[in-house]
Design a protein around this ligand. Structure first.
Ligand SMILES: [Zn+2]
Ligand SMILES: [Zn+2]
Length: 138
């Protein structure tokens, strides 16, 4: 096992992962796909270098929901916890669902993204930057 900076796991504990790099920013994604995938108003995501992310337990429990757009949402097949998403056009990055972290994280929220498609019942009351879609193409 390497020297990790963060560790996390799914709800049932079957899947565990470690991260050997920093989590630089937190994005709250309000898009309709994240709302469906999480059953919530938004997903809390942090981009991580794929080379810094490692499943250390329960690889066999992971399932993937893939779209035609080449987005793969990877989750625990037993309890349904979302773990990461990956994009075919950005193989060097995974987008970690930080609600699954077990280690403390002192990174602040960077921005709300896909605010243009947020749930109408959820009102954003903080002062963080809001983007209608994503801050940078891709
Ligand atoms: Zn699980
Ligand atoms: Zn989203």
């Amino acid at each position: 096992m390497g020297k990790y900076m963060h560790k996390g796991s799914c709800l049932c504990g079957a899947v565990e992962y470690e991260i050997t790099g920093p989590l630089d920013r937190i994005l709250l994604c309000h898009c309709s796909r994240c709302r469906k995938a999480n059953g919530s108003a938004f997903s809390a995501v942090s981009p991580v270098a794929a080379s810094d992310f490692r499943i250390i337990k329960g690889q066999e429990f992971l399932r993937s929901y893939s779209t035609d757009a080449g987005v793969h949402r990877i989750f625990c097949g037993t309890c349904g916890s979302p773990i990461v998403s990956k994009r075919d056009n950005m193989p060097e990055t995974v987008r970690l669902r930080i609600g699954t972290l077990d280690t403390p994280l002192d990174t602040g929220i960077s921005a709300h993204i896909f605010v243009g498609s947020k749930a109408e019942w959820y009102e954003i009351l903080d002062g963080h930057t809001q983007y209608a879609e994503r801050p940078h193409p891709g």
